[in-house]
Write a protein that binds this ligand. Structure first.
Ligand code: FE2
Length: 282
């Protein structure tokens, strides 16, 4: 059975970090509608004033943050001494777990900046896991082409027996960046019960087999349950992110960059941040 559309949302202008103008596809107000996912931000601008203030030092606990760049770059550094640059086509899958303090500073390329940050929740038994990074460079992300009219970049999950480089993530996510020529079709089976969404980043297309609604850029499509998705591009080409994962189905207590199960756990996190015991040494 093909999955039907449950909801279509348009991303909303949002101010974050030290003054970054971005577009939020979903976030706090949509919880728990996208469980296990918490937030998706789209940073797309040709004006450095929109993003240069960046995201100076801040903590995370209880979640994973996934940064995927298309244009420009993000320089990052953290409390574990990691430092690096996320370049176009690269992905950083950061598991904050018990706690990380980091900064993420965008730098455009000829003024251009385009990237996405997805927040993935962690189940209670993994919220305090050891922090870890998966940094994958563009050349290590496989692309599968179907007859030159559909190209699937596989960040995580599996398509046509090719596995993406980000593996062993608790909610068993799939994260694809899919480009389709005009009039092309794409089908993919996703486990029943898993949450699935698509976010359109270029062009427009149909996200149900009946092709009634043409959906364009900066729109988020949340699917109903089912076995597989069928997506068809219209007269224009289409590019979208297709993301799925296993729902966690636990209470969500969320305060800024920390997402736990209870208010008490949030209070502990911020108290530890204030008194300098937020980072757990192992
Ligand atoms: Fe962050």
């Amino acid at each position: 059975m093909y999955r039907k559309i449950y909801r279509i949302l348009k991303s909303k202008p949002t101010l974050e970090g030290a003054g970054v103008h971005l577009k939020r596809a979903f976030g706090y107000n949509e919880v728990p509608g996208l469980d296990p996912f918490l937030l998706l931000d789209d940073f797309h601008s040709d004006n450095p004033a929109d993003y240069i203030a960046g995201f100076p030092w801040h903590p995370h606990r209880g979640i994973e943050t996934v940064t995927y760049m298309l244009e420009g770059m993000i320089e990052h550094g953290d409390s574990m001494g990691n430092k690096g640059v996320i370049l176009p086509g690269d992905i950083q899958w950061m598991t904050a777990g018990s706690g990380i303090i980091h900064q993420e500073m965008p730098a455009g390329y000829n003024g251009h900046m385009w990237g996405f940050q997805l927040w993935v929740n962690l189940p209670s038994m993994y919220k305090m896991m050891e922090p870890r990074y998966r940094e994958v460079k563009k050349e290590h992300i496989p692309e599968v082409a179907i007859g030159r009219i559909v190209v699937v970049r596989i960040i995580s999950g599996e398509f046509k027996n090719i596995k993406g480089p980000v593996r062993d993530i608790v909610v068993e996510p799939e994260y694809f960046d899919i480009t389709m020529a005009p009039g092309a079709e794409f089908e993919h089976t996703i486990k029943k019960g898993y949450r699935v969404f698509a976010y359109v980043i270029e062009g427009e297309g149909y996200f149900e087999p009946d092709k009634e609604k043409l959906i364009g850029i900066e729109h988020l499509v949340i699917f109903q349950d089912g076995d597989k998705v069928k997506i068809t591009s219209g007269d224009k080409s289409l590019r979208f992110l297709l993301v799925s994962g296993k729902p966690i189905d636990e209470p969500v207590a969320w305060a800024g960059p920390v997402v736990m199960n209870t208010q008490e756990e949030l209070d502990i996190a911020f108290e530890e941040y204030r008194n300098g015991t937020f980072i757990k040494r192992r």
